[in-house]
Each structure stands twice: as C-alpha cells, then as structure tokens.
Design a protein around this ligand. Structure first.
Ligand code: AMP
Length: 527
C-alpha cells in the first residue's frame, strides 16, 4: 500500500473539490449571520497560510487564537497547519495570569483575536512574547483581511509530515500549572475519523452541525476537523451561548446535531420546558453531551421533546473523544429503564482507543462492578505534556495514560465514570460516587443543579455533602431529598448534609468546580 500521509491539507483539498458549496454559517458578535462556504473558507485558509509564511512563520511555530466559534476560527484551524504552523487555541475563560503563562510557555508568536476579546488581550499582552496580534473585527473586514490580502497566490506550501504538530491546547486542571497537549496532523486526522463513525457521533454529509463546545477547548471535540472531513454544514454560535439564541439558531438553520457540555443542555431544557412549542427543531436532532456526566434524567427529559442525547466521554489529552454511548444489538431486548441506564453510561471506547481499569490490586475485571482508574492508549492519546516533566507520572511505564477517572467497565467495555479520582468520597474506607448522587438529585423536579463533595468527618474520615441549587420558586427540604435518593443507594452513601446555594462554582469549561466547594465546606460541623 502507498505511504500516504494523514495530513490536514488532504481535508482542505477534498472539501474544495467535493463539497465547496456546503455552507458555513456564523453568528457574529453583533448578532448578524455571516454565511460562507467550505470553498471560500478553504481558499481563505490557504491565503492565511501563505500570509503567515510571508510574515515569517516557520514550521512548528505557534499561532495563537483568542476567538469564539465562527468561520474565521475554522480558517485558523485549517490555515495555520497548512503553513506547517501549530494553531494554539487560548481558552478565553481563563484568568489573564493563566493566559500569560500559557502563551509564554507555548512560545506563541502570532495571535489572532476577536475584536470583542480585545479587553481580555489587553490584560495579559505585556506579559507575553507575542510579536504580532491580528484583530478580527466583529463585522468583518479590518486587520485580519489585511493579513489575508498579503497572500499573492504564488507560494509553494511546505510538504507536511503526519507526525508534525498541527494544534495545541492547555488543560485547565484545578491543581498545578496548566499543561500543554500537542496534537499532530495524524492524531487530528484519525480522531476526526473516529468521531465521525456511525457508532460514535454518526456525522455525515447530510448533517448540519452546531458545535456549542468552544473551539478553544479540546479541539471543540474534533468537530471542526470531522465536519470538514465529512462535509457537514457548519453552524457556529459566536459568543451567543444563551439557550434562546442557541434554540433560535438551531431552528433557523435546521441543525441536525449539536454538541456541548451538560450546563448548556440544562439551560436549553429549561427554556423548552418554559415555552413548549415555541421552537420547531429538526426531527431526530442529536445533542452530543460530554465534558461532564449527562444525567439520566436529562436524557429522558429531552426524549420527551423528541431530541436525542448522545453521551460521550473524553479528555483534552485524548483529542478529546474516547468513548460514546450508543445502544448495541441487544437494544430491542432492553427494558426502557435498562436502555436509559445504558445511554447514561459513558459508552464503549471508539476503535483505536484501548482501555483498562486498574485498582491497587491490578487490572479489574470487566464485570460492571469493580472500580478502577481508567487507563487509555491510542493514536490520539497524548504521550506527554509539552515541555513539562513534572506530570510524567500520568503515564505508566507500560505506555498507558492514567485518566484520573474512576470507572467500572461492563462485559462489553462500556465505561461508567463513577468519579474523578480526587472527587471520590471515601467514607469509612468505602468509596461513594459523587456523580451518581448528583445525577439522581438532579432528577428531582425542584432541583436545578446539585454537586456532591466530600467533607472531613471525625468518625468516617469523609462524608458526602450535597450543594443544591433549586429551580426558581421551588422548595424542597433535606429530609425529602434524602428520601428521594434512599431507594437507589446504600444507606451510607446518602449525603448527611444538604446545603442550598445560589450557584455551583464552575471551571472555565463549565464543569462543576468541586475543589472550590470542598474548600468552602472544609470546616463543616456535623450535627
Ligand atoms: P477536560 O480535559 O477538561 O475535557 O476534562 C476531562 C475530564 O472531564 C475527564 O477526565 C472526566 O473526568 C470529565 N468528563 C468528560 N466527559 C465526561 C462524561 N461524559 N462523563 C463524566 N465525566 C466526563
């Protein structure tokens, strides 16, 4: 067989030839809709590559982005790698101190920044060595167009190798400095294939895809690459991520697949329940949920609106998708409850992702009961962090990446995430899954959100405390919440305290920030 490199220039060339007319639609900051096509985006990505090279970008140099999801960001995703550069997406939700550290650690040379994000850039620009910042105006035109116009069309693109770096993203861990993950052309290409498979997200040329998940977080789950590979019409939300804006966009563009973290979908569910019938969404719309566990109650609730939740699990270090929960051939024999329970799992690993779960006594059986830390390996799993040896212990000596997630695996390898290793509650030596408790609590009609954390306890060493956000106008006491959980859990799992809070603190990626809750309740006095 031919030695044919898995490089992203192939994706661009194919899109130009096979589906140049497929649309890429973006909501701009000023709320207007910008419509373009893959043909135009790819031509502009080529111009961008040439312009960057003429400016002095060398192979392997980092091109940072500080941008929302829109067509210009896709041009960066494709254009920087065409110049043998590395697109480094900066997470605009991070603190400016972190952004200064990350941009410096990655040696970013150029930055392309949305005009609406200039105030953020101003807060850390003096602390970076970025040589040039190019602004993408909210309404088109401007500096970014100026950069593209320096391309003359007489340029020989560099020959790319599949092992070349193509992208970069820093993980926003809650401890230590952020750590960089470098993606290659090959890993991006294979990951895009893995994501598009029918038993993964089933992306096709007939799909209209709305990535709500930000392009500055973990490659937007590989969706920009996968969409460019498959020819999905793309719809980008820009900075407008509130439920009504998203629902309006999904309706107007007949979106068939949308992807985002549970927080986004909870808000959407709220809006659908508040105004049933207001939106006419495409029948069979798939909503990919990942980044945190999709509560079973949410999957059930969306089904009532004719919308199908597809639950996926992944990590920045895994490009990020590792598993997707799709029903198997036994689906027709499952009871309704069994089917929901399966869909709420994190699912079977995608092809090319090897998994095992390991406890103190070694690899655990795939029995659906025994917990262990999930280890992964595969062609789109990082083999180390960028210029950071401190976290080397995340990789085992026999070549696996320790995910830090405690899971059980069923006989078919379907993953169930019980907890982050550091969030697991150890009461009297026994593990309690905070995720299971949270998911059940969030099934209570009065509960909008719930996070369960471990709090030091004199007798049991740790006990669970539930922080609960109630729906507007709803009331429910701790005793009722305990009774609501009781039939589903061993008695010692039930939280000893329920605390009502206005909001659950979140990470930059919209996940519950449990470390903040643990700190807040560290001195809790048990009654
Ligand atoms: P990040 O690298 O920031 O995307 O975070 C990765 C972590 O998010 C994983 O190790 C999991 O703990 C968590 N995570 C991602 N997807 C899921 C999911 N579907 N269910 C539960 N946890 C998830």
């Amino acid at each position: 067989m031919m030695q044919f490199p898995l490089t992203l220039d192939h994706l661009v060339a194919r899109a130009e030839k096979v589906f140049p007319g497929v649309e890429v639609v973006s909501r701009r900051a000023d709320r207007s809709l910008h419509r373009t096509t893959y043909g135009a985006v790819c031509a502009r990505a080529r111009k961008l590559a040439e312009a960057l090279a003429r400016w002095g970008l060398r192979p392997g140099d980092r091109v940072a982005t500080l941008m929302w999801n829109h067509a210009a960001h896709l041009e960066l995703y494709l254009g920087a790698p065409l110049a043998a550069g590395v697109v480094h997406t900066l997470n605009l939700r991070l603190h400016p101190d972190d952004l200064a550290y990350i941009a410096t650690h990655a040696s970013d040379r150029v930055l392309v920044v949305d005009e609406v994000l200039l105030p953020l850039w101003e807060k850390f620009r003096d602390r970076t060595r970025i040589e040039r910042a190019v602004v993408v105006p909210s309404s088109g035109g401007g500096e970014y167009e100026g950069l593209l116009s320096t391309a003359e069309g007489r340029w020989t693109p560099p020959v790319l190798s599949e092992g070349d770096a193509a992208g970069m993203c820093y993980t926003s861990g809650t401890t230590g400095q952020p750590k960089g993950v470098v993606y290659t052309h090959r890993s991006n290409a294979l990951h895009a294939l893995g994501v598009a498979l029918v038993d993964s997200l089933a992306l096709s040329h007939r799909d209209t895809l709305l990535p709500v998940v930000p392009m500055f977080h973990a490659n937007a789950w590989g969706l920009p690459h996968a969409a460019t590979m498959m020819g999905c019409k793309l719809v980008f939300p820009g900075p407008h991520l509130d439920a009504v804006s998203l629902l309006d966009l999904m309706q107007a563009e007949s979106v068939t697949c949308a992807a985002g973290v549970p927080t986004v979908w909870m808000a959407i569910l709220d809006a659908l329940q508040r105004e049933p019938g207001r939106w006419k969404l495409a029948p069979g719309l798939r909503m990919v949920v990942g980044g945190s566990a999709a509560p079973e109650s949410m999957i059930r609730a969306f089904d009532k609106h004719g919308l199908t939740v597809v639950h996926a699990w992944g990590m920045t270090e895994m490009s990020p998708v590792g598993s997707v929960s799709q029903l198997g051939p036994d689906a027709p024999r499952l009871s309704e409850d069994e089917a929901y329970a399966q869909r709420a799992r994190q699912g079977r690993p995608t092809p090319w992702v090897d998994i095992r779960a390991v406890s103190e006594s070694g690899e655990v059986p795939w029995d659906g009961r025994t917990p262990g830390e999930l280890h992964v390996r595969g062609p789109w799993v990082a083999s180390g962090y960028y210029q950071n040896d401190e976290a080397r212990e995340r990789w085992t000596e026999d070549g696996w990446f320790r995910t830090g997630d405690v899971v059980t695996l069923d006989a078919t390898g379907s993953i169930k995430v019980c907890d982050r290793l550091k969030d697991l509650i150890k009461s009297g030596g026994e593990g309690i899954s905070s995720v299971d408790l949270e998911n059940r609590l969030m099934a209570h009609p009065a509960v909008k959100e719930a996070a369960v954390v471990s709090v030091p306890h004199p007798k049991w060493s740790e006990r669970p405390l539930a922080a609960v956000v109630l729906r507007e106008g709803a009331r429910v006491g701790p005793a009722e919440l305990r009774d609501f959980l009781a039939p589903h859990f061993a008695a010692f799992w039930l939280p000893d305290a329920f605390v009502y809070v206005d909001a659950i603190p979140r990470t930059s990626a919209g996940k519950f920030l449990k470390s903040a809750l643990r700190e807040r309740f560290a001195d809790w006095t048990w009654g």
